[in-house]
Design a protein around this ligand. Structure first.
Ligand code: HEM
Length: 184
């Protein structure tokens, strides 16, 4: 998210305005966190483009037919949510662009009510148990950064997302933080 906000100053500004409107310069509180609409859109769009999970492994228990495809028993399959998150048929030709507006009216609307189009935390009974914790933590940390710093991308940054168990920036993410308060 920090990378995407560093390279999309307009969204960084929108997110900061929302944070200041809701929290001012105070620590984030739980009531305010539930009101962060712009930030929720940004989190969802970030998870769509660069979600940590590359896919989910499953063992096929018994032979199943899915339309023309037959899956034999006892094979392992990878359900690549990352492929679905980048499918132009589901998201449109601008699928590779960072456009949080897609989520302006929620996930159901963004996916055209297709729950299998966006599942960064998995689907069904094994859905991530840390989902609420992870999103709440992200909102708190990001709010506190945006209250204090303007973020720009360092010229040293080289874009190279790489799947090593989860998706990682191969060479790290170098950003420049500029304090928004003269006394900080
Ligand atoms: C942005 C952060 C995170 C993402 C994108 C994420 C994603 C996922 C995904 C896709 C699965 C499903 C795996 C599968 O079905 O095979 C999963 C499962 C799980 N996650 Fe997360 N996760 C995140 C953060 C966390 C955190 C912070 C915790 C713990 C505090 C956590 C704990 C778990 C556990 C225990 C499972 C296994 C649930 C089960 O099998 O019943 N996750 N996560």
């Amino acid at each position: 998210m920090v990378l995407l906000l560093a390279s999309h100053g307009d969204w960084q500004e929108k997110a900061r305005r929302e944070v200041i409107e809701i929290f001012g310069n105070q620590y984030p509180n739980s009531e305010g966190l539930s009101k962060l609409k712009i930030m929720t859109m940004i989190i969802n769009e970030t998870l769509r483009l660069y979600g940590p999970s590359n896919g989910m492994l499953r063992r096929v228990g018994r032979e199943v037919q899915m339309e023309k495809v037959v899956l034999p028993a006892n094979i392992d399959i990878l359900i690549a949510n990352v492929a679905l998150h980048h499918d132009p048929l589901l998201w449109g030709e601008d699928v590779h662009l960072f456009k949080p507006d897609r989520f302006a009216e929620g996930i159901a609307k963004a996916t055209n009510y297709n729950s299998a189009a966006f599942f960064p935390f998995g689907l069904g009974p094994r859905t991530c148990v840390g989902m609420t914790f992870a999103t709440t933590e992200t909102k708190i940390v990001l709010s506190m950064i945006l209250q204090r710093y303007a973020i720009t991308l360092s010229p040293a940054y080289v874009h190279s997302p790489i799947p090593i168990i989860s998706l990682k920036p191969q060479h790290g993410i170098q950003v420049i933080l500029k304090s928004l308060h003269s006394d900080a």
